[in-house]
Structures are given as structure tokens and as C-alpha cells.
Design a binder for this molecule. Sequence first.
Ligand SMILES: Nc1ncnc2c1ncn2[C@@H]1O[C@H](COP(=O)(O)OP(=O)(O)O)[C@@H](O)[C@H]1O
Ligand SMILES: [Mg+2]
Length: 261
Amino acid sequence: MTSLLSVQNLRKEFGGLVAVNNVSFEIGKGEFVGLIGPNGCGKSTTFNCISGLLEKTSGTVEVFGVDASEMRPDQIQKLGMTRTFQHTQLWKQMTVIENLLVPPRKQFAPNPLMTLLRGRTRIEEKERLEKAFAVLEQLEVPHMAHNLAGELSGGQSKLVDIGRSMMGDPQLLLLDEPVAGVAGPLAMKIFNNLRSLVDATGISILVIEHNMDFILRQGVDRIIVMNEGNVLMEGTPDEVRSNRAVIEAYLGAAGDGGEEE
Ligand SMILES: Nc1ncnc2c1ncn2[C@@H]1O[C@H](COP(=O)(O)OP(=O)(O)O)[C@@H](O)[C@H]1O
Ligand SMILES: [Mg+2]
């Protein structure tokens, strides 16, 4: 397996709180992998450390074989890895297509609008526009192109956010709860689209999902289960389904509220 992402002994403390204790895993080329675990177990913090947004307490991150442990978010993005955030923020007064033309927040320039304002050639603009329409086509929502982002449902916003992350042709996509708060049928459609994207283009996707029952039925190749800052196990959906430690972790966490947003 060619490893596109290699996380080794990742640890992140916030003051006295150990958010991520000791996490190691690898993502191979063309893999569709789920990262799951109860609320507060350290999933988003893991993404924040991988993408260079948070300084790690210790551990290493390699992206496409390059040591990215000390890199800034924009440098890591240039290697070919893009991530989304758990809480989607679109430019509400802009249309869907315009949102796709703005680079994802915090990952390119400090102020994404500056990137838009920086002069581009007409050919570049035309290519980006064509790319944006192709992405909407791929996500099966080309009809939404000229809708105002502020008028979209939560689920549609999530789709546009995924579209935005695809604009730079990443080889590796990290999605933080892309279907949180999205109604069942649309959530399944989004996962179907992600599966097709992986199969059609050979890119790799690591997706955080809170709902265990849901992820087990979405055709991911592999699932990494986290609990209390550690990797509890990783395996196929079938292996995860029948793992006693996983069942206990989830039963133990039952009643913690579960759904966010
Ligand atoms: N910036 C931060 N400052 C302090 N504590 C944080 C910060 N981000 C996350 N935490 C804490 O770290 C733990 C893991 O959070 P998080 O990674 O968001 O979990 P998950 O995404 O699995 O729900 C939680 O206890 C959370 O409150
Ligand atoms: Mg989270």
C-alpha cells in the first residue's frame, strides 16, 4: 500500500487536557476511510493537527511521503491535501458557484478574498469556472449553481462545502462530519457521491462521522475507531461491527447527547 498520509504517535494537549493521546494510522492511495468515535474523543483535533492548524504536542505527520509535521496549513494544502471543517461556513451573500471560486477558509491565504482579488488571467478564470461547474456536476447538483448560499438547506451547504474542497484537485480529502445534521436520504447520497469520486478518480478520502450505525452501511473500505484520544481499533465495517471493545465504547458513550448542530 502506498501511504498518502502517515500519522505516527500523534499527541495533543490543551493545558492539562489530553485531547489526543497517542494516535497512529495510515491512509493509502484510492482508499475511502471512516474515522469514527464518540463526541469529544479527539477526531477534529486529529484533523487540526494533521492539517497544520494546531501545533502538535508530539508525533509526526507525513503527507505524500513528505514530513509535514512542522508545515503551515497552506504548505500542506499545496502538497495535495485539503480538509473541510465540522462547522460549514459558506459566503452567504454569494452564489454557490461563487463560493466554489473562493478557496477554503484558513487553508490558502489568511484572507481568502485577497486570493480572489489578486488579478488572474481570463484563461485562469475560465478554467476555474469550468472546473467549478464540473465539480457541481460530479456532486449531481449543477442546478444549484446560481442559488444564493444563504438560501441552501444545511445538507445542501455541506455538499457545496465538499465541492469547494474538490476545487484544487486534491489527492487526499479530509472531511470533518460532512453529513452532520443532514437528513438521511441526502446523507446517503453524499456518501454515494464520495464513493464514486474515489472509484472514478483514485483519490483518497478520510471522513469523520459521528454516527456508527450510519458509517457501517456507507461502503467505506476501512474504519478507524477512536476513543478517548486513542485508536481503539481499525478494520473493515464487518470487523468493526463485531468488535466488543467498540460496542462497549459506544454503549459507554450512549446518552452523551450524540447529535450536534
Ligand atoms: N481549541 C481547544 N481548546 C481546548 N480544548 C479543546 C480544543 N479543541 C478541542 N478541545 C477538547 O479536546 C477534546 C477533543 O475534542 P474534539 O477533537 O473536537 O473531539 P471530536 O471531534 O472527536 O468530537 C474535547 O474534550 C474538547 O473539548
Ligand atoms: Mg469533531
